[in-house]
Design a protein around this ligand. Structure first.
Ligand code: ATP
Ligand code: MG
Length: 386
C-alpha cells in the first residue's frame, strides 16, 4: 500500500511513552496526525495525539484496529506483538521498521546470532535455555547474563563477577555474554529511508548510573579520536544497511580498553541517546524517523552545538503527582532546554523528562549538567518508605 505523504498521513504508533509523545510532536510539525495504542489512557503520547486505542501492544485485535485506522504504523518500544505486525504487513499494511526486523531484534539471542552471522563485531556469547551454574562456570567469569526478551534500562541484565554471583541469576531463557572491559559506551543513531539511503549522527558518549543502570549523562559529540568516531559511524551504518531496515535505529556500542568497537545492541526506534538532537541538531531523531517512514528525503544530521543531556528521574522515596523542585534555578541558566513528558505519576527512578544543555564548550555543558542534576528534584505527593 502506498503511503499518503505529508500533510495528510495518519500514523499509528504502537506504545505511548515519551518517545511516542516526541514523535507526535514532530508529526504535528509536518501536518500529520497520530493514533496511539497503549494500555494507559493517560500515557504521554496519548495526551497529545489525535486519538488513542486503549489496549495492550500485544493484543492482536487492537493492533488490527490500529492498522485499519491508520495509513502506516511505527512503534516506540520493542515489547510488542511482532507476529501480528508481520501478518498485517503481509496483508498489505505499511509498517516501519519492517516487522521481521523487529522480530530479530526483540529477542536478544536472535539479535546476537544475526550480528555474528553477518560478521559484525560483538562480544562472544552462548545461548542458555535454563540458567545453570555449570554452564556459567564453563563459560567463564566475569560474564553477563541477559534475558532474551522484555529487558530494558538494565532490567534483564545480570553481571556475574565470579561463581558466587550465580545466586543472582535471572530465572528466564537467556544468553551468556563475555564481560567487555569497557573504555566508553557509545551510541550512534542511524536513519535509513525507503530508497535505501542511510545517514548516521555523530557518536555520543553515554554514562550510566552504576546502580540503576539508567543513562545518567550523555555527551555529544563523544570525546574520542576522529578515526574512532568515523569507525563507530561506519559500524552503525553497516548494521542498519545489513538489516535493510527503514526508519531510525539506535546502535549501542562498546569501545573496549584495547580501542576496539563492539555492537552491544540495536534499538529499531528512537533512543534515549538521541534526545539531544531535538535541540542540538538540524534534524532531530523524531523528525528523521518521520521522514524515513513517510518516504521523504532524510534530513541533515549535522550538529548545531555540542550538548550534554541528563534524564530527569523521579526521586527515591516519592510517588504520585509530580512536582519539579529547583526548575527556576535550572531554567535561569543559558543554553538549558527543558523537556517534560507529562507523566501523571512519578516513581523512584522513573524517566519524567530530560534537559539538554547547549554550550560551545562541551566541558562547560557537562559541568552545568552535573550541577543541574544536583539542583533539580522530582518529588511526588506521597513520600516515605514506599
Ligand atoms: N557484555 C557486556 N560487558 C560489560 N558490560 C555490559 C555488557 N552488556 C551489557 N553491559 C552493561 O549493562 C548495560 C545494559 O545492557 P544492555 O544495553 O544490553 O541492556 P538493556 O537493559 O537492553 O539496556 P537499555 O534498555 O538501557 O539500553 C550496558 O549499558 C552496559 O553498561
Ligand atoms: Mg542498552
Amino acid at each position: 500500500m502506498s503511503v499518503k505523504t505529508t500533510p495528510s498521513a495518519h500514523i499509528g504508533i504502537v506504545g505511548g511513552g515519551q518517545l511516542g509523545r516526541m514523535l507526535v510532536q514532530a508529526a504535528a510539525r509536518f501536518g500529520c496526525s497520530c493514533t496511539i495504542l497503549d494500555p494507559d489512557p493517560d500515557c504521554p503520547a496519548g495526551q497529545i495525539a489525535a486519538d488513542q486505542i486503549v489496549g495492550s501492544c500485544h493484543d492482536d485485535t487492537q493492533l488490527r484496529r490500529l492498522a485499519a485506522a491508520c495509513d502506516l504504523i511505527t512503534y516506540e518500544h520493542e515489547d510488542i506483538n511482532s507476529k501480528t505486525l508481520g501478518q498485517l504487513a503481509a496483508e498489505g499494511h505499511t509498517i516501519y521498521p519492517e516487522p521481521h526486523i523487529l522480530a530479530i531484534i526483540q529477542d536478544k539471542l536472535s539479535q546476537k546470532q544475526y550480528l555474528q552471522q553477518h560478521h559484525i563485531p560483538t562480544a562472544p556469547f552462548i545461548a542458555l535455555d535454563q540458567p545453570n551454574q555449570q554452564a556459567c562456570d564453563n563459560f567463564g567469569y566475569p560474564l553477563v547474563q541477559k534475558a532474551r526478551r522484555g529487558g530494558y534500562d538494565g532490567r534483564g541484565v545480570q553481571i556475574m563477577h565470579s561463581a558466587a554471583d550465580f545466586v543472582h541469576y535471572l530465572p528466564v531463557p537467556s544468553l551468556l555474554e563475555a564481560c567487555v572491559p569497557i573504555q566508553k559506551e557509545l551510541a550512534v543513531m542511524v536513519a535509513r529511508g525507503q530508497d535505501g539511503h542511510s545517514i548516521a549522527y555523530p557518536p555520543v558518549e553515554m554514562h550510566f548510573h552504576p546502580e540503576h543502570n539508567l543513562l545518567d549523562l550523555l555527551l555529544a559529540p563523544a570525546d574520542i579520536p576522529a578515526d574512532t568516531a568515523t569507525a563507530a559511524r561506519d559500524l552503525a551504518l553497516q548494521v542498519v544497511n545489513t538489516l535493510q531496515g527503514v526508519g531510525i535505529f539506535g546502535i549501542e556500542l562498546f569501545l573496549n580498553t584495547q580501542g576496539q568497537l563492539l555492537v552491544n545492541e540495536i534499538a529499531p526506534r528512537t533512543h534515549n541517546s538521541g534526545h539531544h538532537t531535538l535541540d542540538a541538531h538540524i534534524t532531530d531523531q523524531f523528525e528523521q524517523q518521520l521522514r524515513a517512514i513517510l518516504g521523504l528525503p532524510l534530513g541533515s544530521t549535522d550538529a548545531l552545538s555540542p550538548a550534554a543531556m541528563i534524564n530527569l528521574l523521579g526521586a527515591n522515596n516519592y510517588r504520585g503527582i509530580p512536582t519539579v523542585c529547583g526548575l527556576d534555578t535550572a531554567l535561569k541558566q543559558p543554553g538549558v532546554c527543558y523537556h517534560w513528558y507529562a507523566k501523571k505519576e512519578t516513581r523512584p527512578q522513573r524517566k519524567m523528562g530530560h534537559i539538554t544543555i547547549l554550550n560551545t564548550n562541551l566541558t562547560k555543558a557537562r559541568t552545568m549538567a552535573t550541577r543541574i542534576r544536583e539542583q533539580l528534584q522530582i518529588q511526588g505527593n506521597t513520600h516515605g518508605r514506599l
